[in-house]
Design a protein around this ligand. Structure first.
Ligand code: SAH
Length: 269
C-alpha cells in the first residue's frame, strides 16, 4: 500500500470506538475544517446522528456519513431557538434508540458552549459519553489572525470572558477589577456590548489608547479584522458594521499583529 492510501486508515485506528447508544460532545473549532481534530473527523465518519449548533461550518457537516441524520439545534436569528433542556432530551432519546450521537459544537464544547450542562445531563441519564476538545475561537481564532494569547515580555496572564451579560445584571463582570489586572482580555459574545464594556474598563482605569482587535468569522474566508483602541472602539464598530461571531482582544497582545503583518508584507521569512 502506498503511504497516501494507508495514512487515513492508520489515523482512523487512533480514535476510540464510537459505541452505539453513546454521545460524543465534540468541538468543531472556530470554522476552518482544517482545524478539526482527528477524533472529530473520525466521529463524523462514524456517527448515526449529528446534532449541531449554529456556528458549525457547512463544510464540517459535509464530512458526516452521507446517511447520517443531521439535526440543527442552535440559535438562528428570527426563529425560535430550542431550549437547552430540549437539546439534552433529544440527545438522550437518540442515544436510547441505540444511535451513535455526535453533539457538534463550535470551538471547544467546554468553553462558553454549555457542554458542561449537557455532559451533566448525560451522566444523570446514565448515557455513556466522551468529550472531544476543539480549538476555541478565543485562542485558535486569534492565533490564526496573528494575535498571540501570551508573549514573553507582554503578559503573564490572559482572561477569557464573555461580554454577553446585560449591564447591572448579576452575571455581569466587575470590569473595573479586570482593568486593574493590567492583563489582556479575550472576550466572547462581546460585540453588541463593546461600547459599554470599553467605557466600564476605562472608568476602571484602563488607558483609552489600549489596543483592541475585533476578529469576526475567524479562520473563515469571510474573516474581518478591525484594529482600534478602547477609546475608539464604539465609533470604529459603528463605522465598520462588524457582524457576529467575533472575538475581541484587548491589550498588549494585539500589538504583535502589526509587527507580524508588516514583516509578512515585506516578504520576510
Ligand atoms: N464554544 C465556542 C464558543 C461559543 S460562544 C468556542 O470555544 O469557541 C459563541 C462565541 O464564540 C461567538 O459569539 C464569538 O464570540 C465566538 N466565536 C465562535 N466562532 C468564532 C469565529 N469563527 N470567529 C470569531 N468568533 C467566534
Amino acid at each position: 500500500m502506498t503511504p497516501s492510501s494507508s495514512f487515513p486508515v492508520a489515523l482512523r485506528s487512533l480514535t476510540p470506538d464510537f459505541a452505539p447508544g453513546s454521545v460524543w460532545l465534540v468541538g468543531a473549532g472556530p470554522g476552518d475544517p482544517g482545524l478539526l481534530t482527528l477524533h472529530a473527523i473520525n466521529a463524523l465518519a462514524a456517527a448515526d446522528a449529528v446534532v449541531y449548533d449554529a456556528l458549525v461550518d457547512k463544510r464540517v457537516l459535509g464530512l458526516a456519513r452521507p446517511d447520517a441524520q443531521l439535526e440543527f439545534a442552535g440559535k438562528r436569528g428570527g426563529k425560535p431557538s430550542p431550549q437547552q433542556a430540549d437539546i439534552t432530551r433529544r440527545l438522550i432519546a437518540l442515544a436510547r434508540e441505540g444511535r451513535r450521537v455526535l453533539r457538534l459544537k463550535g470551538g471547544d464544547p467546554f468553553v462558553f458552549g454549555r457542554g458542561g450542562e449537557e455532559a451533566l445531563a448525560l451522566v444523570e441519564a446514565g448515557i455513556p459519553f466522551r468529550v472531544i476538545p476543539g480549538v476555541t475561537a478565543g485562542l485558535g481564532g486569534l492565533a490564526s489572525a496573528l494575535i498571540p494569547a501570551t508573549t514573553r515580555g507582554t503578559n503573564q496572564a490572559v482572561v477569557l470572558a464573555t461580554g454577553h451579560a446585560a449591564a447591572g445584571s448579576e452575571e455581569d463582570l466587575d470590569w473595573s477589577a479586570l482593568a486593574r489586572l493590567r492583563q489582556p482580555l479575550i472576550l466572547y459574545m462581546a460585540v453588541a456590548n463593546l461600547p459599554r464594556i470599553a467605557g466600564a474598563l476605562m472608568a476602571g482605569g484602563a488607558d483609552p489608547t489600549t489596543q483592541v482587535a475585533i476578529v469576526a468569522s475567524a479562520t473563515l474566508p469571510s474573516e474581518q479584522i478591525l484594529e482600534t483602541t478602547l477609546g475608539g472602539a464604539a465609533a470604529a464598530l459603528a463605522e465598520a458594521g462588524i457582524e457576529a461571531p467575533s472575538i475581541v482582544a484587548i491589550g498588549s497582545i494585539v500589538g504583535l499583529r502589526a509587527q507580524l503583518t508588516a514583516r509578512t508584507a515585506a516578504g520576510a521569512p
